[in-house]
Design a binder for this molecule. Sequence first.
Ligand SMILES: Cc1cc2nc3c(=O)[nH]c(=O)nc-3n(C[C@H](O)[C@H](O)[C@H](O)COP(=O)(O)OP(=O)(O)OC[C@H]3O[C@@H](n4cnc5c(N)ncnc54)[C@H](O)[C@@H]3O)c2cc1C
Length: 511
Amino acid sequence: MRISGIDAQPGLALSADVVVVGTGPGGASVAAKLARAGRTVVMVEAGSLVPASEMTQRESEMMRKLYYEGGLRTSENGGMGVLHGRAVGGSSVVNYLDCFRTPPRLLRDWQRRFGLDELTPEKMAPRFEAIEDVLHVRKLDPANLNKNNDKLRIGTERLGWKGDTFHRNAYQCYGSGFCDLGCSYNAKQSAAITYVPLATQHGATLLTEARVDRVETTGSRASGVKGTLLGADRQPRGEFRVTADVVVVSGGAIHTPYLLLSSGIDDPSGQLGENFYTHPGTPIVGYFPDERIANYEGIKQGYYIGEFSWVLHEHPMDVLIEGIGAPPALTSSILPGLGAQRQDDFRRYNHYAAAGLLLRDYVPGRIRVGKGRPLIEATLAPSDAQRLRQSAERAAEAWLAAGATMALTAHNKLTYFRSTRDFRKLDDVGWGPGEIALVCFHQMGTARMGSRRDRSVVSPTGRMWAYENLYVADASVFPTSTGVNPQETVYALADVVGDGILDETRSGASP
Ligand SMILES: Cc1cc2nc3c(=O)[nH]c(=O)nc-3n(C[C@H](O)[C@H](O)[C@H](O)COP(=O)(O)OP(=O)(O)OC[C@H]3O[C@@H](n4cnc5c(N)ncnc54)[C@H](O)[C@@H]3O)c2cc1C
């Protein structure tokens, strides 16, 4: 059953065994698992259910519809753009479909440092297999690389580096190139068309356009949530409440700590909202004056350079370099420069190939509670900036090796290289707010999972330590950043949390 906040009666009151806040990969996965196990489930989502027929491929319309703050959200210091999906399916509706199993080296690191002994590669393997089945994950055939990604492949191979095509959660993908505006063909196997329907097919209720404002508790027990029904204009229409035996918060790594902190939830570790990891990224552009690259056409993310990844290949730079394309407004919101510089950029737009740096950040930011909104504190630490610089050089080197006449960074001060000797220009530019365009596509880590209540926000089963029945299931529970695109890890850890809930709580009664 689906109820929309747009036409629900103000004062709506629902009850269930389990209420799940948020329907991104984390929320959708846990809701499906619990519904299939016979629990009554209500999923509450602030965004809308946007069907393929309403994905118009128009940037101004879809960014407003599918992203928080129309895709223009930034960190408090303005130094980092933060792209976060708001819809049934969360960011999985706007993501680029790349899928990585959590690398074994990372799982072992989490076991060693955070006591997550159950997360062995062997125990996780069946979870990944089941998820890949539901999401239809397949490796991209190199023949389907678009020009942009194929150039990255050529550069990588000429340099003798390790690289590969991505695994993607797509079914009958025609490469329309509008992944970040939602898929008009339902080819992208997002949570909205996989796990959410699985949950509703097993009796779960989906309440959309409904923002949860508070998790309600009595002593060490959560009793449900209350919030605001939103109109078509996203203005408040009235209140709603869901009472439940189990509360699962899956609002993503920004909104989960924001909701829990603003609800006054007890966290013995004091780490709720801390450890905000972002995979700070920036585009490195290759200029091919004699070839039409059109990075926005075809499958935008198809190929990555893995050579410099610690989680994949034990390289200390700890970065992935991924081919990436972006439509004009998004490009414009990322690239620095105004006036003549911007005009020049757009004259060359069709000849620009782009690679995004996905840095595994070691120095996290944090999420705090502002007046009616989360405050995002994220700054690139000097040690992380040092590795970002090294990886910018490697991406530029790949473009030059592929035949680009010039490679450019996204620094505010125009910075370009015609050969690797020009890399010394990077001595003269900074990496702080306003100096370089940084973007966060992946929000992680603000409700860290671990085996000790003094050092982690949630237990190895995702339970808030001070509560019997309050859980977190989304990218917030990551103990660190992953260094690979995170969606499959979100699905997998939510699956672990789902099993924890089934073990620790009973159906239809208070645990
Ligand atoms: C443009 C883009 C491209 C990306 N590309 C990739 C990729 O190729 N591969 C990959 O692995 N990852 C990618 N990601 C990241 C990936 O999609 C996320 O890591 C993943 O979706 C996170 O899942 P989640 O469950 O933690 O939260 P989210 O997906 O953020 O979902 C949370 C949901 O909860 C809802 N919510 C929050 N607070 C409330 C509240 N108070 N009340 C009700 N609802 C609430 C939100 O509206 C949202 O829909 C990309 C992300 C973006 C933005």
